[in-house]
Design a binder for this molecule. Sequence first.
Ligand SMILES: Cc1cc2nc3c(=O)[nH]c(=O)nc-3n(C[C@H](O)[C@H](O)[C@H](O)COP(=O)(O)O)c2cc1C
Length: 342
Amino acid sequence: MSMKPLTVLVIVASTRPGRLGPAIADWFVRATQPEAGVTVDVADLAEIGLPLFDEPEHPSSGVYVHEHTREWSRRVAAADAFVVVTPEYNYGMPAALKNAFDFLYHEWAWKPVGFVSYGNTSAGTRSVQMAKQVVTTLKMMPIGATVALRLADSTHEGRVLESAERDETARGVLRELSRVARVMRPLRLSDDPDDPGPVAVQPEDLPELLVLQRCCWVQEAVANDTLDLAPLRETLEELHASTSSWRLWCVRRHGRLIAAVRARRNGSEWLIGRLMVAPDQAGNGIGSRLLSFVEAQAPAEATHHALFTGRRSTRNIDFYTRAGYVLADAPDDSTVRLTKQR
Ligand SMILES: Cc1cc2nc3c(=O)[nH]c(=O)nc-3n(C[C@H](O)[C@H](O)[C@H](O)COP(=O)(O)O)c2cc1C
């Protein structure tokens, strides 16, 4: 079982002015902290302010055109488990919560979710029942432990009343959530061809990414008859440093890092670099999917995509040409620059 620290995202589902949601979430976080090996992040849907779902592609594609979706994707993808703090509105979950679920797909999958519900007579439990059929569709796993607060019994003037018993119930939710999250982690490294979408590279991915990069650039070294290639020379420290100016994504399968790419805005262009697929995985569409994915991450200000490859890297040039890139110029004797209008 993995003992890596867990990140639990506490989602505050209500958004109206004067809501109780943040006070309930604050109580849950206070009652359950500190819990060894668990970091809590709070995502308040009112602060996040997602619009009504406005992405043109199905979220399972991982192709997001809006920065608000990408930001939400990063928050949810970074979590190992969720606690949804939700009221009951008209026997159901708040629309803002359903909307926040609908925005994403892979980011939710294979992670447990616990509920802290609140309401009048039903203590918000009908909201949870409704949410459960949605979260299981997104491959989340609702846990059994739960907190259900009847507002009249458990709150006063917008605050949760002191109760050691209630605090212990909250801790029980976090404990069960952590246990399930640890055993579910390996499921996220599944071999489902539709599943291993690109995810943001984390610091702990960098050593493996560097090994993959060196493997992939051996072919480039042979094709261009030189070892003087930056991706071969790059050190782990330099790779770490690059994460402050580049956004990096990778694809894992069975736990193995098999593909990666980076990109950053450079004036009006979206500069894409270091697109790599493990040599034994080449030819099965991973590179094309990763290229489409990274193109879709371009900010609105970018008018075109740009990338560089070796002048003699004919396989790469063919690949990018098929993807709609055209040769723009040759900055030096050994390199060509290709661009694609958005
Ligand atoms: C639109 C609306 C619908 C509600 N429907 C229910 C309901 O079906 N069942 C219930 O127990 N409470 C219901 N309530 C009462 C809420 O549980 C209570 O107002 C709670 O504080 C709402 O959460 P919030 O303050 O975080 O928005 C409703 C409240 C609102 C505003």
